[in-house]
Write a protein that binds this ligand. Structure first.
Ligand code: FAD
Length: 495
């Protein structure tokens, strides 16, 4: 339940859903002067937006489905997001081994040419052909793989991107309530009257950004027949101990036409994913199956010298893609582009539903949402601003330069801890780093950090902190969750 009660006054926008799309719309709208309330039934990013492959990418694979609009928008976003969040987003080199019996080399070369040229690159390098006789990735791959390609995309700390969007929105006036579900909403007198777990909220427009719940919210909570539908596709990942030393990721082609990524993860681990499995049921209960685990292990074993089995899996997660249903026959072929469905007629105040979308395109999705919402709210469509304003803590240009400066300012911090704090919080780490950080509650999470998370980032439980504000859950010693839970009970949350 939220700690504060929604104000009885009328807000411009009630946004339902605290995943990346709801948070990005809240940020954009608050920065354009709208009064915004966002409600999230669980924690921010608790569902799809913390279960992604964590790539800010154009989506090389989508070129095969002629998704040029989406790929171009996503390619441009790589550089934009890298510039506004250099702490939580960084470039990543991908190695694509050429498997002769799968896609021919000319086809891959053509795809990479398009990838290089569909949008202007400022900082990311162009793709190139490589020989595994000389490239270090050759030591990881089975000897039959002789040649391949490299190209660049970016890594993102997905759940932190959501929280930073929400934090920026809040700092620009938005009200954010976590653990506050929309129970029902009805139109009356040109306004939306919503019942929520924290009380009634009245709004001029309602945004349904509930991801896998978008159709359920439309039907069961708003009593509407949707013209657009979501297609729910599960995707799962496994995490193993680090499989190789290099900093590059691999993109592996499978005989079924799908691709699987192997990515260095949290310094000591490798992240392997993902799958595409049609899903029905409660999205909150999604979990990886033994079949998916086997499929992901096999993908690695087809290419790597070292083989893995389900016994090597130390952690796994699964999420549900809320894709726009374009009636494609095959799960991997369903469009990854987004659709914004606006209803506004005499009987219904503005209602915008979000279908599909990527973490990568969330900022652009929010811009397009505002372009639709501002006119129906009687507001001028003012210039978009989110691409030029750093997200909280991202007000520096060069990570290494800022990290060196941070270390000079806080010389007593152990370098590994200092690096983790700057990666997670950027310049915001200065607000609590240094002397007097209090007890270490486990794995270097101090009382000062936990207090910051509780008071500024809606960190209410140990799980919020260990698995979404950070991925420290993978690293901390036994007893940390219990100590965090006890500590969070001691401090009154101020937001
Ligand atoms: C396996 C997988 C891999 C992916 N990899 C990538 C990738 O590498 N790069 C990329 O760009 N994209 C990727 N994506 C896509 C991306 O993760 C999703 O498009 C995005 O996270 C969807 O965000 P969302 O805000 O729409 O949904 P969600 O994150 O699910 O948020 C919706 C929120 O609405 C809340 N909600 C639901 N009902 C209610 C209610 N009644 N009241 C209040 N709140 C409610 C839910 O609790 C939830 O938190 C991947 C997706 C998956 C599944």
């Amino acid at each position: 339940m939220s700690h504060s009660t929604p104000s009885p006054s009328i807000c411009d926008l009630l946004i339902v859903g605290g995943g990346i799309n709801g948070a990005a719309i809240a940020r954009d709208a608050a920065g354009r002067g709208l009064s915004v309330t966002l409600i999230e039934q669980h924690d921010l990013a608790q569902h799809t937006s913390s279960a992604s492959t964590k790539l800010i990418h154009g989506g090389l694979r989508y070129l095969e489905y002629y998704e040029f609009r989406l790929v171009r928008e996503a390619l441009i976003e790589r550089e934009t997001l890298l510039a506004i969040a250099p702490h939580i987003i960084w470039p990543l080199e991908f190695v694509l081994p050429h498997a002769r019996h799968l896609r021919p080399a000319w086809m891959i070369r053509m795809g990479l040419f398009l990838y290089d040229h569909l949008a202007r690159r400022k900082s990311l390098p162009a793709s190139r052909g490589i020989s595994f006789a000389t490239h270090p990735a050759g030591a990881v791959l089975r000897p039959e793989f002789r040649r391949g390609f490299t190209y660049a995309d970016c890594w993102v700390e997905d759940s932190r991107l959501v929280v930073l969007n929400a934090l920026d929105a809040a700092e620009r006036g938005a009200v954010i309530h976590t653990r506050c579900a929309l129970q029902a909403a009805r139109p009356e007198g040109g306004l939306w009257h919503a019942q929520t777990e924290a009380g009634p909220i009245t709004a001029r427009a309602l945004v349904n950004a509930t991801g896998p719940w978008v159709s359920e919210v439309l039907g069961a909570r708003l009593g509407r027949n949707a013209s657009a539908h979501a297609r729910l596709i599960k995707g799962s990942h496994i995490v193993t101990r680090r499989l190789y030393k290099g900093e590059n990721a691999f993109i592996l082609q499978n005989p079924d036409g799908r691709i699987v990524f192997v990515i260095p993860y949290e310094r000591d681990f490798s992240l392997i994913g993902t799958t595409d499995v049609p899903f029905s049921g409660d999205p909150a209960g999604v979990a990886i199956s033994a079949e998916e685990t086997g499929y992901l292990c096999e993908s690695v074993n087809r290419y790597f010298r070292a083989s893995i089995s389900p016994d090597d899996v130390v952690w796994s997660y699964a999420g549900v893609r809320p894709l726009f249903d374009d009636q494609a026959a095959d799960a991997k072929a369903v469009t990854r582009d987004y659709v914004l469905d606006l209803t506004h007629d005499g009987a219904t105040p503005p209602l915008l539903s979000v279908f599909g979308g990527k973490i990568t395109t969330s900022r652009k999705l929010a811009e397009h949402a505002l372009e639709k919402l501002l006119p129906v709210l009687g507001r001028p469509v003012c210039a978009s601003w989110t691409g030029g304003a750093p997200l909280p803590g991202g007000d520096f240009t060069d990570f290494s330069g800022y990290f060196a400066e941070f270390q000079k300012r806080f010389p007593t911090l152990e370098p590994r801890l200092a690096r983790r704090l700057v990666r997670a919080y950027g310049t915001r780490a200065e607000r609590f780093a240094g002397a007097g950080m209090g007890r270490d509650l486990g794995g270097g999470i101090t009382e000062a950090e936990a207090t910051y998370l509780a008071n500024h980032e809606w960190g209410r439980t140990a799980e919020d902190i260990l698995w979404r504000r950070s991925r420290m859950g993978l690293h901390v010693p036994a007893g940390t969750a219990e100590r965090l839970t006890a500590f969070l009970k001691e401090i009154p949350a101020t937001i």
